[in-house]
Design a protein around this ligand. Structure first.
Ligand code: SAH
Length: 341
């Protein structure tokens, strides 16, 4: 049986038309599933009874088992979900004054091996299906009103391109959840070809790039992906994105002691920001490994001062959920395979 959460409205319509349903009733079914959030075809009272029985034979729903739920002292909540094949992912809900941000995972594990990130532990186990991405929203939206979705959990969203795009189409479909595309952000470690592919789809979502170093040598040391997708390629992709989408990309830059916080680093970073028109988000490092350290406050202030002198505007990301390992870079899978490695 197929999970109905894997289908976009168009796909559901195509499937059901072949079974003698009208395009309109397929849309009604989609609305039952995503607006009413019912998991019972028998409750779809505007669909003929015989047809409801047919639907129940065709489609299944999805519910993750919650293996663990933790709450940080700052209100951030982290869920450890178990998938049907026993693999696990983490999903985080970050409440703020005016908004609730859901941080979703896109893969079980990750293959990119960034030095500073815990999601790499155990490598990549598998991609999440569209249904598994959408269901992180469905399961947690029943508790809180979610205002923003960030694809910044475990995994590299653009490495699971097809399923991530499908999930976004399902989440933003007006006949269903109708989530505002401008309130969805994808963060990527920098797959330049996929960034360009994303532009062509014109989804109207926001894009962040995990930059973390403004020179190739340093970036490669932190992020092996930089060997293949160099800064020159990324700058090209980022320029293309902001030109076509008419919206700047956000550079994410983790501050790492004795690594990327000298005034020379700030100058090079400023140059990249200016040539691309990107926004800049500085991220305090959440310690996940011994060798990398957070800089002292004075160094951070000096770095910020240098950026200001260079006339670069930036924001500073707040650290949320650190006490329950729910902050950026701390999420990971606890699958048997991942633990064994
Ligand atoms: N694969 C994607 C999305 C996952 S990471 C990417 O690389 O962007 C989500 C965000 O957390 C990115 O900005 C990433 O650079 C940041 N991050 C990863 N590890 C971190 C750490 N230890 N401290 C702070 N931020 C971290």
């Amino acid at each position: 049986m197929e999970c109905i959460y894997n289908l976009s409205l168009k796909e559901l319509q195509e499937k059901l038309i072949l079974k003698g349903f009208s395009r309109y009733s397929a849309k009604q079914i989609f609305a039952w599933v995503y607006k009413e959030k019912t998991q019972h075809f028998s409750l779809m009272t505007n669909i003929a009874k015989g047809k409801r029985e047919e639907l129940a034979k065709m489609f299944s729903f999805l519910n993750f088992k919650i293996l663990k739920r933790e709450k940080s002292k700052d209100g951030t909540q982290k869920y450890l979900f178990q998938l049907a094949d026993q693999e696990t992912i983490e999903t985080v809900m970050i409440p703020e004054k005016q908004r609730n941000t859901l941080c979703v995972s896109t893969q079980v594990g990750c293959s990119f091996n960034c030095k500073f990130c815990a999601s790499k532990i155990g490598g990549l186990i598998r991609n999440l299906s569209p249904a598994e991405i959408v269901n992180q929203y469905l399961q947690l939206s029943s508790q809180d009103k979610i205002t923003n979705i960030v694809f910044m959990g475990i995994g590299e969203p653009l490495d699971n391109f097809k399923n991530v795009v499908k999930a976004i189409k399902i989440l933003t479909e007006p006949a269903g959840i109708n989530f505002t595309n401008k309130r969805i952000s994808i963060s990527t470690c920098g797959l330049s070809d996929k960034i360009k592919e994303l532009v062509e789809l014109n989804l109207g979502i926001k894009l962040s790039l995990s930059l973390h170093a403004a020179v190739d040598e340093k970036r490669t040391e932190l992020m092996p992906v930089n060997k293949k997708h160099t800064l020159a390629d990324l700058i090209d992709a980022v320029k293309y994105y902001s030109f076509k989408q008419k919206h700047p990309v956000t550079f994410e830059y983790i501050l790492l002691d004795n690594f990327n916080t000298t005034s020379e680093d700030a100058r090079k970073l400023a140059k990249l920001v200016k040539t691309t028109g990107a926004k800049l988000n500085l991220i305090p490092y959440n310690q996940t490994e011994e060798k990398l350290k957070t800089p002292q406050l004075e160094k951070v202030e000096a770095f910020k001062k240098k950026l200001k002198e260079e006339k670069v505007i930036f924001t500073l990301r707040k650290q949320r959920g650190f006490d329950i390992n729910a902050a950026c870079g701390q999420l990971r899978s606890f699958s048997k395979k991942a633990i064994k490695k």
